[in-house]
Write a protein that binds this ligand. Structure first.
Ligand code: CA
Length: 459
């Protein structure tokens, strides 16, 4: 281990690009090498191989926002964790074929001494240096068109969308899945999330067949919406049939619970959405319609009560872990459009604002079928401003669709995100992700009380 060194950046007249050589840092389980040519400075750091291996470098800077770059070499794709002043941003090194620079997104530096650390992540990469270039916050997102994908949308749906358009860029609306966490937030902060999230899972016909009981969930949502909370619904759609309904052993030899109540996972069913859609006269196609119709019955109760829904079906398809995403983007998009046409055309529902969840462009169902583009993220560090993901989505959808953090682990730091120019339309924290140890009461009060957070009753 070398001694900890300070790289003095003498008398900066203004913010300037800062180069920080990795080999000048404190090595934990790692080594300095000069074997691979083309490095800058005295060499580079290598041998990230054991848990906890890292390099830590201290350097001086002027306070502000910077774009962080890592100069690295890796033979194949490797995950990394870059920690800047204790806040970790996770990313992926691509295969580099020699030295290559990779953006790690925006970071905040402070006046005086700062600390950058590269954690082991997946390991097996070399790091030459870090570079911090002065950056500005990402520009405010442009307004999106006023009309909804459903051209016959109800007045309540239009009014809700108008409200979302009005707040977009100025505030991020808060949201929370499920009652227990919502009550916890209310008790601790005396504030109520703008959005209430729930799921139609128990209305899936193949669950009902197994004795599942939705326990009047829809009637509960109607009551909840009448308190003024916005309703968002996802649907962990249990596959219509072909549930394995047993414990299985996966390719790694791990036991996996694939019983009937896990039937929304691709590994718990042999139901093939591609095959079903390919045969509109077949039994499997009929079962897909049966299930959509069952859900339509519940959504209709909400429509009749004048309640619009941020409707987020078929979520995380591109991850491939749910059966509706397991057959690729073509099948997913066909299923999305089938559902869209069925709910509007056949059932005459007009209270839906369509929320697509995903980043990959080839999975996007199309402008005519989507109102909001969302992403589900469980960052390893809750303070991560997620600027890389935001900028990716903004490049694709700015001025076209609202962009939202549709599912998130913990409660995001919206105030910090705004400093980076990260301005989600709304966030919705997933069930149970507040857990007493993950978000302490004082922190919850600070996060929910932030000026840029729009809560129930706020403007
Ligand atoms: Ca170097």
């Amino acid at each position: 281990m070398t001694s900890l060194m300070l790289l003095a950046v003498a008398q900066l007249p203004a913010r300037a690009a800062i180069l920080v050589e990795a080999e000048e840092g404190t090595l934990v389980g790692t080594q300095v090498s000069a074997n691979r040519s083309g490095y800058s400075g005295r060499g580079y750091v290598t041998n990230f191989s054991q848990e906890g291996d890292r390099v830590v470098v201290r350097f001086e800077a002027r306070a502000g926002l910077y774009e962080a770059q890592i100069r690295y070499a890796a033979e194949s794709e490797k995950g990394f964790g870059l920690s800047v002043n204790g806040v970790i941003a996770s990313g992926m090194f691509e295969p580099s074929n020699g030295w290559r620079s990779q953006s790690a997104g925006k970071v905040e530096l402070r006046n005086g001494v700062n600390e950058v650390a590269l954690e082991k992540g997946w390991g097996w990469f070399d790091v030459d240096r870090f570079e911090f270039r002065p950056a500005a916050p990402t520009p405010v997102p442009r307004p999106v068109p006023a009309h909804l994908a459903d051209r016959h949308a109800s007045t309540p749906a239009r009014e809700l969308f108008a409200r979302l358009r009005r707040t977009y860029g100025a505030k991020t609306l808060s949201g929370q899945y499920d009652l227990r966490d919502t009550d916890h937030i209310k008790k601790v902060t005396r504030l109520v999330p703008a959005i209430y999230g729930s799921d139609l899972i128990e209305y899936s016909p193949s669950r009902i067949e197994h004795g599942a009981d939705p326990k009047g969930a829809t009637e509960g949502w109607i009551k909840r919406a009448k308190t003024g909370q916005i309703l968002t619904l996802s649907w962990h759609w249990n596959a219509p049939k072909d549930l394995l309904d047993k414990e299985i052993t996966d390719a790694n030899g791990n036991k996996v619970d694939a019983r009937w109540y896990k039937g929304f996972y691709a590994n718990a069913t042999t139901f093939d959405a591609a095959r079903a859609l390919a045969d509109p006269k077949g039994e499997d196609y009929r079962l897909i319609l049966r299930d959509i119709d069952a859900i339509a019955t519940e959504l209709m109760k909400l429509d009749r009560a004048g309640i619009p829904v941020l409707w987020r079906p078929l979520h995380e398809a591109e991850g491939g872990w749910f059966w509706w995403g397991a057959k690729g983007p073509g099948t997913y998009k066909a299923l999305w459009r089938l559902m869209f046409d069925r709910l509007h055309g056949r059932h005459g529902l007009h209270n839906l604002i369509w929320v697509h969840t995903g980043i990959k462009p080839d999975w996007y169902p199309g402008d005519k079928y989507v109102d909001v583009v969302g992403v589900d993220l469980y960052p390893s560090d809750r303070r991560d401003a997620l600027s890389g993901t935001w900028e990716t989505l903004l490049r694709a959808y700015d001025g076209k669709k609202l962009i939202a953090l549709t599912e998130v682990g913990g409660v995001p730091d919206v105030e910090r995100m705004f400093r980076f120019g990260v301005r989600w339309s709304y966030f919705v924290s997933w069930t149970g992700s507040l857990g007493a140890s993950s978000v302490k009461d004082d922190e919850l009060r600070r996060l929910y009380g932030a000026k840029k957070v729009g809560n129930l009753g706020g403007r």
